[in-house]
Ligand binder design. Sequence first.
Ligand SMILES: Cc1cc2nc3c(=O)[nH]c(=O)nc-3n(C[C@H](O)[C@H](O)[C@H](O)COP(=O)(O)OP(=O)(O)OC[C@H]3O[C@@H](n4cnc5c(N)ncnc54)[C@H](O)[C@@H]3O)c2cc1C
Length: 585
Amino acid sequence: MEGRGIRLRARPPGRPLTVAVLGGGMGGLACAHELSREGVRVTIYEGSDGLGGKARSQYVPATGTEGRQDWPGEHGFRFYPAFYRHVIASMREIHDPESPTGTVAGNLVAAANAGVAIPGRGIVTTPRKPRSLSDLRQAVAGIREVGGSPRELARYLGVHLKYLTSCDARRDGEIEAQPWAGFIGADRGKYGAAFREVLLACTRTMVAMDAHRGSSRTVGRASSLLLADSFGDNEVDRTMMGPTTDCWLAPWQRQLRAWGVDVRFGHRVTGLDLDGRRIARAWVSDATGHRTAVEADAFVLAVPLDVAHRLITPQLADADPSLERLAGCLPDQMTDWMAGAQFFLDRDVPLCDGHLIFLGSPWALTAISQAQFWNRGARGMQRYGDGRLRGIISVDVSSCFTPDADGKRLVDGRSRAEILDRILNQLVGGLDPATGRALRSAVIGAHLDTELRVGPDGVSNAARLLVHPPGSWQVRPEAVLTIPNLFLAADYVRTAVDLASMEGANEAGRRAARGALESMGLDGSGVKLFSYAPLERHRLLRHIDGWLHGGNLPHLMDLPGHVRRGLATALGRDLARTGGRADGP
Ligand SMILES: Cc1cc2nc3c(=O)[nH]c(=O)nc-3n(C[C@H](O)[C@H](O)[C@H](O)COP(=O)(O)OP(=O)(O)OC[C@H]3O[C@@H](n4cnc5c(N)ncnc54)[C@H](O)[C@@H]3O)c2cc1C
């Protein structure tokens, strides 16, 4: 069975090496997992009462009866694209007796299609991964139905080709400097209005990929990987067979405890003391406000961007250039509001076999109908609520500052019920009338992200998400700092995947674990880091682009035809002279 044979490394002889992981989200958990497997004594200090942070399920209190669990709300639905490598590697090492394969990875299920809900027209679906001529026909028909043409599709694919064949210096420079909407030409009339809207919305299933606000370096990377997935071996779109906590985080917590990890809930980190070049102690406060000094050989800060920002003192900023850059950023400009909502149904209302974009919904909704996935495994929906639960529509809201048809933004909401009502109205508005009516009449309850607090002064959000604005790559810190015993493990850290996601946070956690092991004189090479093959391909073309970029010239695809031909000749000569060495200008 996958993952059962994991061997924990014996604790190194002598005094046990200790690491304090401050924050128990995806980054902190991945770090704790890697460290404890290597024999290090880990304590997680988590500010809330559960592990998982933004990935954690949010059960609706007092909704479960007769031994059933409470209704499972989520911070937002979960999407695990095929290109994810770090989270999948962790999942393969977590034992779960309820999974079909015995590990958490076995709880992943594929979604065959993606859908676009168009107001007044209903849902258009296309296969995520065309496997046959008929799938291909359906995909092309889908593009036409949403207002696109093969020419526009080719233009969009061409943009990805440009990204994939750009050298690193161009990706980090001019591509990083512009938002994705500009890079794909959506702001220059390159597409018809209808298809343009689809293209701008289609990155939304990965909520941190905002086409208007996100840099092309980051969004282009994830979008290219998603596109490459459509032609790869794995399923493009995967979700889980149940709530993230049941299917992943709870088994993980059990395993980490069995591996000796000490988890302290309700402990918030409030400060880090620097003594010379090293962190001497972290300060944590418990629920009563009592402050304790935590000492350890190494400290891993695994809290969200805005919390980390508040913890950087002038001394810490002076001690490390990454922290200095981070201290200088404005978290409000780096992050946006993304929130989850769920509608609990007394009958299944199937919408689409996969994730669904509600085109034209003012609050930029995406959704998934969970019954088709959650009733497959051993768990099933009958486990939750009062026995009536047969379906859940799980929704991500990506635009909380745009007015709806009544001129109301999510942030203007006066009550949770009002916000949920407005979300439901937008869902229903995107469906055909019969499905809309079926959905409305099936709702027996609803849940709004508990990170949103709705009070007399308006709505606040305790869990904002990095949206990688242009130029933010330069500001984002590394996991390994120059302070030798402090490491960062969260989704805003620089990673190969680059995207604020569970994958990015997991990779950051691994990078922090490697750094911490090496700082304590241990071998960090057992901590696996992965690269993403599609980004490494096209070596020759990327080399050519390095040559052009070095000469201050645009990318090959942006040059006029006659210049392209002249360059091809010159380049041919150059390659003949250098023997095609990929050392660039
Ligand atoms: C609506 C929504 C939908 C999403 N959907 C997806 C998806 O489908 N796929 C995907 O890959 N990603 C998705 N993401 C992104 C993903 O959830 C996050 O990027 C990732 O979970 C972040 O992990 P993290 O460890 O960096 O931070 P967090 O999850 O924020 O974890 C930080 C932890 O630190 C704790 N903490 C905070 N302050 C303190 C303190 N002072 N002391 C101690 N502890 C503290 C928090 O309670 C939390 O547990 C989604 C995000 C949102 C908002």
